[in-house]
Design a protein around this ligand. Structure first.
Ligand SMILES: [Zn+2]
Ligand SMILES: [Zn+2]
Length: 277
């Protein structure tokens, strides 16, 4: 589906839950691995009030007042490496049901500086709070699983949120990709589904039709492959089938938060893509 070697999902030295390694060195690793295109997609500022504690908030995402220096770093790196790799300015924006206008505003405010955006879910509502889906297996169990009672119910609620995210209108002027669409599977080996048949191809029909209609691409996020609790990319087999049926581009994403993970599992991505072509 994609002919150029492209890492479409990476984080930067601005990320406080990453390694803090220089973004330039991550790009150099990508060049060494033969990548021709490289997207920097840092976690975008969160709407006010999602995370009350400012220290915790800082750990999750850029602060609004850091956007300028983030974009300026990308500008510098674009020039510095222009003869070796095409660097794209991106951002990974969190979806929250109650804050859709925030996404529209964010996209509008930076449409000139950004080449593209990723739209992801990392939080779900439980008891009037926002809980992180992918912080840790223990946190997942004690928070989300207790609240939603069964894995099946939790997964169903997650996919309903995905459906809402891909069906809403944001009027983007830049390409939008859906980030790690199956993040809910991050701990699937530890908390398996009771009835996996619920999530067969038919279940994803509306989600995938909306993605196709809105012209989004999908992040083939390999981060899950590195985890014992997951062991698969953060996408499901039926979703890959739908991508093939509806000609939805599947873009490799290392989701690297350090130098080492830039380009990891690219072969698995390539094998999957070749099989479905
Ligand atoms: Zn991150
Ligand atoms: Zn993410």
């Amino acid at each position: 589906m994609e002919n150029i070697k492209w890492d479409g999902h990476t984080h930067s030295e601005f990320c406080r839950h990453g390694s803090g390694e220089k973004t330039a060195l991550m790009i150099e690793k990508a060049i060494k691995e033969g990548f021709q295109q490289y997207s920097i997609t840092e976690h975008a500022p969160l709407p006010r009030g999602i995370i009350e504690d400012e220290v915790v908030e800082k750990d999750f995402a850029l602060l609004a007042n850091e956007m300028e220096s983030y974009l300026s770093l990308i500008g510098t790196l674009k020039k510095e490496y222009q003869n070796h790799i095409k660097v794209l300015a991106g951002i990974e924006i969190d979806f929250f049901s109650k804050f859709k206008p925030f996404i529209v505003d964010l996209l509008q405010s930076y449409e000139k500086e950004l080449d593209e955006a990723i739209l992801s879910i990392h939080f779900m509502e439980a008891n009037g709070e926002y809980l992180c889906v992918d912080y840790s297996a223990n946190n997942f169990e004690k928070g989300l699983l207790v609240y939603y009672k069964t894995t099946d119910k939790l997964h169903k609620a997650y996919w309903e949120l995905v459906d809402e995210m891909v069906s809403s209108k944001y009027h983007p002027k830049i390409p939008v990709r859906i980030g790690h669409i199956a993040l809910i599977n991050k701990y699937i080996k530890r908390f398996p589904l009771q009835n996996p048949d619920l999530f067969s191809k038919a279940f994803f029909k509306n989600i995938m039709q909306q993605i196709s209609k809105n012209g989004y691409s999908l992040d083939f996020d390999v981060a899950g492959l590195a985890l014992k609790t997951c062991g698969t990319p953060l996408i499901t087999a039926p979703i890959i089938e739908w991508c093939q049926d509806l000609k939805i581009p599947l873009i490799y994403g290392s989701d690297a938060h350090n130098i080492k993970k830039v380009g990891h599992f690219y072969d698995q991505y390539q094998n999957t893509i070749t099989e479905v072509e």
